[in-house]
Write a protein that binds this ligand. Structure first.
Ligand code: ADP
Ligand code: ADP
Length: 225
C-alpha cells in the first residue's frame, strides 16, 4: 500500500469536467511532479488533495485513511502557492507561527519550531521583517517555512518557482529538494516546466486535458514508445 493513493478522482465545476479518473500514488518520502500544460487541471487537483475544494467522487487514501471527508486542518497537508499568499500585516515570524497558534501550541514550543524552520530555509535574520520588505524568493521561502512548521504528512507545491527570476528559481529549487530529502517529506509538485520536472523529481506524472497520460521517472518517461 502506497503512502498516498489517489483513486478514480473526478472533479467538475457545474457542467465543466476539470479532471477525470485521476489515479496515481506516492511512496513515503517520494517527490512526485505533476507536469502538464497550463489549464490541464493540475492546480485544481492539488486544491482537491488539500481539501480547499471538493471532489465529485473518488478516494484520496493517505497513510491508509480516506481523507476526502476530512477538513483541510484534519488532513494535515502543507501547501505552497505560486503567489506566496503571505499575510501582509504580519512579520515573517508571525506568518510562520500562525498555524501553530491556531493549533494552540505553547509559546515556547512555537518559538522553538519557528526558529527551526526559519533556519531550514535560511531566513533567521529576517524574522522581524514584513513581506513587503522581502524579495520574491524570500517570500516563497517564508511560505515554505509556514507550510513546514506544522509538520505536514504531505507537502503540495503549486508552481512555487514560476513567479521568480531564473537565478533565484534555481536556488529555491535546490533548497526545496534538499529540505524535502532531509525531512523525508512526501511531496507533490505541480509545474508546466519540463526542465523543473526532470531535475527535481523522483517520478513524473504527465497530465493533459484533465487526464493522466503517462507516468515514469526522468530516464524512462521520454524513452518509452
Ligand atoms: P492548471 O493548474 O493545470 O493550469 P487549473 O486547475 O488551474 O489548471 O484549471 C483547470 C481548468 O479549470 C481551467 O480551464 C480553469 O479555467 C478551470 N477552473 C479552475 N478553477 C475553477 C473554478 N473554481 N470554477 C470553474 N472553473 C475553474
Ligand atoms: P467547491 O468546489 O467546494 O464547491 P470552490 O470554492 O472551488 O468550492 O467553488 C465554488 C463555486 O464557485 C464553483 O462551483 C464555481 O462555479 C465557482 N468558482 C470559483 N472559482 C471560480 C473560477 N475561477 N472561475 C469560475 N467559477 C468559479
Amino acid at each position: 500500500m502506497s503512502y498516498l493513493n489517489v483513486k478514480q478522482l473526478n472533479k467538475s465545476y457545474g457542467p465543466t469536467q476539470i479532471f477525470q479518473q485521476i489515479d496515481f500514488t506516492a511512496n513515503e518520502g517520494e517527490f512526485v511532479t505533476l507536469l502538464g500544460p497550463s489549464g490541464c487541471g493540475k492546480s485544481t487537483l492539488l486544491r482537491c488533495l488539500a481539501g480547499l475544494t471538493s471532489v465529485d467522487d473518488g478516494e484520496i487514501i493517505l497513510q491508509g485513511q480516506d481523507i476526502v471527508p476530512l477538513t483541510p486542518q484534519k488532513r494535515a497537508i502543507g501547501m505552497v502557492f505560486q503567489s506566496y499568499a503571505l499575510f501582509p500585516n504580519m512579520t515573517v515570524e508571525g506568518n510562520v507561527a500562525f498555524g501553530l497558534k491556531m493549533q494552540k501550541h505553547t509559546a515556547a514550543e512555537i518559538r522553538q519550531r519557528v526558529g527551526e524552520v526559519l533556519a531550514l530555509v535560511e531566513l533567521n535574520e529576517y524574522a522581524r521583517r514584513y513581506p513587503h520588505q522581502l524579495s520574491g524568493g524570500q517570500c516563497q521561502r517564508v511560505a515554505l517555512a509556514r507550510s513546514l512548521v506544522t509538520r505536514p504528512r504531505l507537502l503540495l507545491l503549486d508552481e512555487p518557482l514560476s513567479a521568480l527570476d531564473a537565478r533565484i528559481r534555481r536556488h529555491l529549487r535546490d533548497q526545496i529538494r534538499r529540505i524535502q530529502q532531509e525531512l523525508n517529506l512526501t511531496t507533490i509538485f505541480v509545474t508546466h516546466d519540463q526542465e523543473e520536472a526532470l531535475t527535481l523529481s523522483d517520478r513524473i506524472v504527465l497530465m493533459n486535458r484533465g487526464k493522466i497520460v503517462q507516468q515514469g521517472n526522468a530516464e524512462t518517461l521520454y524513452t518509452q514508445p
